[in-house]
Design a protein around this ligand. Sequence first.
Ligand code: 6PG
Length: 247
Amino acid sequence: MPAQPEIRILKTAPELFEAAAAEFAAQASQAVRGNGRFTVALSGGSTPKTLYSLLATKPNIPWDKICFFWGDERHVPLDHPESNYRMANAAMLSKVPVRPENIFRVHSEEKDAAAGALQYEQVLKDFFHLSPGEFPRFDLILLGVGPDGHSASLFPGTSALNETRHLVVANWVPKFNTHRITFTFPVLNAAACVLFLASGADKAPILHQVLENSAAGLPSQKVRPSNGKLIWLVDGAAASALSPRNG
Ligand code: 6PG
């Protein structure tokens, strides 16, 4: 049964990021207790940066047992300002005792984006020891939502929306005139938990559409873990257009 979204509204942005850090820490400890490791896919964009910086200050994180992946990446070199890896490394990974061998970044410097996507797909298959047709079960996948309702790099009207076989694809995004390397819906929906973060008034219109207009047909609405949790952590400003039953 696809997961029903659990919507948690925190009054302010600082409260939102504290709640997100607490959720991350709790899930990390639980996974490490149960499986000896915590597998997490990070999101990019601007919203999670505050979370990553905050996590780097927290004492209760089993950093040496966490395996880091990315749900999507821009097709840019590592040192490019738009690199999601670069952002997460600067805000968090470079400041904490994570094992370098547990950081599985997208090789976005690969000239051929499709080759970069295939390479990352193989990384997932090897790490999770997948059989053909199997999808990885991440403990946690972090996602954001764009003003057009995209998540990861699954943008409205793009070919990756219909991918059912591959784990990772190079998705051509006309409005950015570039490829993005992104997890596909089967990977997102195989996760044990998907955690969306949304902060700020500029997210209010899309949040209303995504959470309250089931006919909108937006990519982030197709993220419904089949056997996992779906959590939306949002702040008051982002939730300002939600109806009282959600607000
Ligand atoms: C990316 C993200 C993307 C992001 C949304 C929201 O690489 O850009 O993974 O899906 O989550 O675009 O971005 P903001 O947090 O910057 O609003």
